[in-house]
Design a protein around this ligand. Structure first.
Ligand SMILES: C[S@@+](CC[C@H](N)C(=O)[O-])C[C@H]1O[C@@H](n2cnc3c(N)ncnc32)[C@H](O)[C@@H]1O
Length: 163
């Protein structure tokens, strides 16, 4: 399972997602341009002291990312508020790429059309969207549950250890 971020706008969300992916053992594809300079300094300021544990691949743009994804034979699973299929009804595969859109505008039509599946986290009517990191976390949790992809549990912390 991989997580892909389409032209993210907000470094704090990218930091949250990189940290989440690092903790879950997921690689991240960052599709540029981003709305901020993608530097270690900016990502660390976004709360990511987990950067060393993150597996991050930067792509110069959509075309480069999509070519790499297709070459590896991975399905593209887009999370979008424009979907009709709830994510809980979908059968995930271990090598799927889960793609989230940019905070300001989601993804353009050609990206929408390239996806093998488009999934929604159901919401109450009249409300626009979830925070991108929250939406991704719902779906990654289900995808990892279905594919038995969570990291094995080992006793890592004592009660007084830093988290
Ligand atoms: C803040 S939302 C973008 C809203 C944007 N106005 C749009 O039209 O897509 C950022 C990203 O979070 C994800 N997202 C947010 N809420 C979602 C939901 N309920 N179901 C699926 N994805 C969601 C999508 O990937 C979306 O592109």
């Amino acid at each position: 399972m991989r997580l892909a971020l389409y032209e993210p706008d907000i470094p704090q969300n990218t930091g949250t997602l990189l940290r989440t992916a690092a903790c879950l053992g997921l690689a991240v594809d960052l599709i540029e341009p981003a709305g901020f300079a993608v530097t270690d300094r900016n990502l660390r300021r976004a709360g990511l002291d987990y950067l060393d544990a993150a597996v991050l691949t930067r792509h110069s743009g959509w075309t480069a990312f999509d070519a790499a994804r297709r070459a590896e034979g991975r399905r593209l699973i887009l999370l979008t508020t424009a979907a009709a299929e709830p994510y809980l009804d979908f059968a995930f595969r271990p090598d799927d790429v889960i793609l989230v859109g940019r905070e300001s505008a989601g993804v353009p039509e050609r990206v929408h059309a390239s996806a093998d599946a488009r999934l929604i986290v159901p919401m109450r009517p009249g409300l626009r969207s979830l925070n991108v990191a929250i939406a991704a976390t719902f779906v990654l949790g289900e995808a990892l549950r279905q594919t038995a992809g969570f990291p094995p549990l080992v006793p890592a912390h004592g009660p007084g250890d830093p988290r």
